[in-house]
Design a binder for this molecule. Structure first.
Ligand SMILES: Cc1cc2nc3c(=O)[nH]c(=O)nc-3n(C[C@H](O)[C@H](O)[C@H](O)COP(=O)(O)OP(=O)(O)OC[C@H]3O[C@@H](n4cnc5c(N)ncnc54)[C@H](O)[C@@H]3O)c2cc1C
Length: 305
């Protein structure tokens, strides 16, 4: 509805449609970005991602239930008892990775999760645990207050690297460095994983690295008060379950840098996730098109809590 003046009388013209309002808001945001507003820029960027995923859904409805790129439907995700146990741990915030667990607790308790955490949790499910993105997508759909098919599907396929303009397959969020970077004092973790509340800031992101003395001082017994990481060899965070299969070494990095093709391909070879993609991608395009491209992320924000 439009107001005609300070008295609040209505103008009598047609009420603005939602799309008019959105267009006007987008114009206003654009004006503000010209004035240097990063908030407006983030908002506009998110709006554009939303629009982008709506277009994808409209023009490629097969994305509901299938990978945007059909060759990736051949990916072999983990199934069976262990995968089910991992999925249950992920849903219940019991993975042993505090940032992931805190985010899942927030989702379960409030129906909300910040965009960065959605990316971290989605990446963790698909790339650390090797579980089909569709299971995570369905869980988010059930829990999110702001569930919306196009954005949710697009976000999941982006994280799983099966989508249109998705993140490269070799980009794997490291939940520990994400935690150190975006929740350095562990405020968010302490709120949603109170069992870890007394750990010092430096240890709260990866409690398995803490000395027994530090754990005892914080009244934490791993395996009792808080789980051990569900995937083995936490020192290889970033590709742990994948590494376990390939027995190759992967740097403990957040996102593999895109410095050179050579570095990328050497690292990529060491990751069985990559092997899955190579095996499943019928054309070389799937690999070559992602190996040198700049990473576009739907996220511009920081954890807000
Ligand atoms: C795996 C995954 C699943 C997702 N599922 C959904 C979903 O089901 N529904 C959904 O709407 N989004 C979804 N998103 C997109 C995004 O995460 C959320 O919209 C975002 O979390 C909204 O809140 P925020 O405070 O984190 O936004 P920020 O990233 O902090 O963005 C800043 C502001 O931009 C605006 N904004 C952000 N995202 C959107 C949007 N999609 N539409 C309109 N305005 C927006 C809001 O005003 C927000 O406060 C998903 C993303 C991922 C990675």
């Amino acid at each position: 509805m439009r107001h005609s003046g300070s008295d609040g009388a209505f103008s009598g013209g047609d009420p603005a449609s939602p799309s008019d309002t959105t267009r006007q808001a987008a114009r206003d945001a654009w004006q503000r970005t010209q004035g240097g507003s990063t908030g407006a820029q983030t908002w506009l960027s998110e709006l554009i991602w939303r629009e982008f995923f709506h277009q994808i859904l409209h023009h490629h409805p097969h994305v509901v239930g299938h990978a945007f790129r059909p060759e990736f439907d051949a990916l072999r995700w983990d199934h069976g008892k262990l995968a089910d146990a991992h999925f249950a741990a992920w849903c219940g915030g019991r993975t042993g990775y505090p940032l992931v667990d805190a985010a899942m607790h927030q989702l379960n308790q409030t129906g909300y999760m910040h965009n960065r955490l959605r990316m971290v949790c989605a990446s963790f499910l698909c790339k650390h645990l090797g579980i089909d993105w569709r299971r995570g997508e369905a869980y988010f759909a059930e829990k999110l207050n702001d569930f919306e098919l196009a954005s949710n599907n697009g976000g999941w396929q982006w994280a799983a690297s099966t989508g249109c303009d998705a993140q490269p397959y070799f980009r794997i969020f490291n939940p520990v460095t994400q935690s150190e970077r975006f929740d350095p004092r562990g405020v968010f973790i302490r709120r949603y994983v109170p069992a870890l509340a007394q750990l010092p800031d430096a240890l709260i992101h990866a409690p398995w690295r803490a000395r027994p003395l530090d754990l005892a001082g914080a009244h934490v017994t791993l395996g009792r008060d808080y789980p051990m990481p569900v995937v083995e060899r936490p020192q290889t965070i970033g590709a742990a379950p994948l590494l376990a299969r390939s027995r190759a070494r992967m740097p403990d990095e957040d996102e593999l840098p895109h410095t050179s093709r050579e570095t990328t391909s050497r690292r990529a070879r060491s990751c069985s996730y990559v092997k899955r993609f190579r095996a499943s991608a019928r054309s070389s395009h799937a690999v070559s098109s992602t190996s040198s491209s700049a990473v576009k992320s739907p996220d511009c924000g920081r954890m807000s809590q």
